[in-house]
Write a protein that binds this ligand. Structure first.
Ligand code: ACM
Length: 265
């Protein structure tokens, strides 16, 4: 299976320009025969909102909004699954969401449950569920950017059988790319982080998008600044074995009897 990501610098507020650039990257990914492609968080709008009216103006409904519909057509034409972050409007609420779009249609929306910093001023936090989905060649899960710092998210996806975690991001802190090496091996799972680059309204993003394997290999990693599409070949079934030595299986060896918070100790 070929999986990949797009790393680039969206232009804040210019949905038309961002969509054009995204479509170019998608075409390149199709030429590289990607089966699954991950785009950054809030990739068609930019990240750093300063008012509710900006959020309102740049948000769209899922799945009927134009960005989702355009990506859906592309997914169908090119037989590709796409995970992409966007600003969702639902009723009076706004969500920092990611869509999962497949060749045969819209599969899911994931609303970020762990909002980062000023996101809390504009977005409603998502209430899950933290689900896994069978796409054509793999079982995948989604988390968005800051979700990574809560190890429960990758853990629960792995326990539910995900082989690949798709991670649309706009990372600003310097920890994630290294920390997820731990998550990959602790859960024996692939993790695709699609990060953005550049500076927006004074906020600097870290790039270094990456694809990690269950044995902690860095299968791809971009620079801090370059916009690009990366596609690599993986065998998702590699994530099905949780065996880490002859005598250790990460799931069978869990001591859930010791993991309860107790009021007596
Ligand atoms: C982040 O969650 N965008 C840092």
């Amino acid at each position: 299976m070929k999986v990949g990501y797009v790393q680039f610098k969206p232009t804040f507020g210019d949905k038309e320009r961002n969509l054009k650039r995204i479509l170019k990257f998608l075409e390149e990914a199709a030429q590289k025969e990607a089966d699954l492609l991950v785009l950054p968080e809030l990739c068609n709008t930019g990240y750093f909102f300063r008012s509710r009216s900006e959020v309102e103006a740049l948000s769209e409904k899922i799945p009927e909004g134009p960005f989702t519909r355009t990506l859906l057509s592309f997914a169908a034409e090119e037989n590709m699954c796409i995970v992409a972050g966007l600003c969702e409007k639902q009723g009076e609420q706004f969500y920092n969401s990611a869509v999962l779009l497949c060749p045969d249609g819209f599969l899911a929306v994931y609303r970020k449950p762990h909002l980062f910093d000023e996101e809390k001023l504009w977005f409603t936090r998502g209430d899950g569920p933290i689900s896994v989905y069978d796409v054509h060649k793999a079982r995948i899960g989604i988390m968005i950017c800051f979700d990574w710092i809560f190890p429960e998210v990758v853990r629960i996806l792995a326990l539910k059988g995900a082989q690949v975690v798709c991670h649309p991001s706009n990372l600003v802190l310097p920890y994630c790319q290294k920390a997820l090496l731990g998550a990959a091996v602790q859960n024996r799972i692939f993790i695709i982080t699609a990060n953005r680059t550049g500076t927006e309204r004074g906020l600097k993003f870290t790039g270094m998008s990456q694809i990690l394997s269950p044995s902690m290999k860095v299968l791809a990693r971009s620079s801090k600044t370059r916009g690009e599409v990366c596609v690599v070949d993986i065998n998702p079934a590699e994530a099905d074995s949780k065996k880490i030595t002859e005598h250790n299986d990460l799931w069978a060896d869990r001591r859930t009897d010791l993991y309860q918070l107790s009021s007596t100790s």
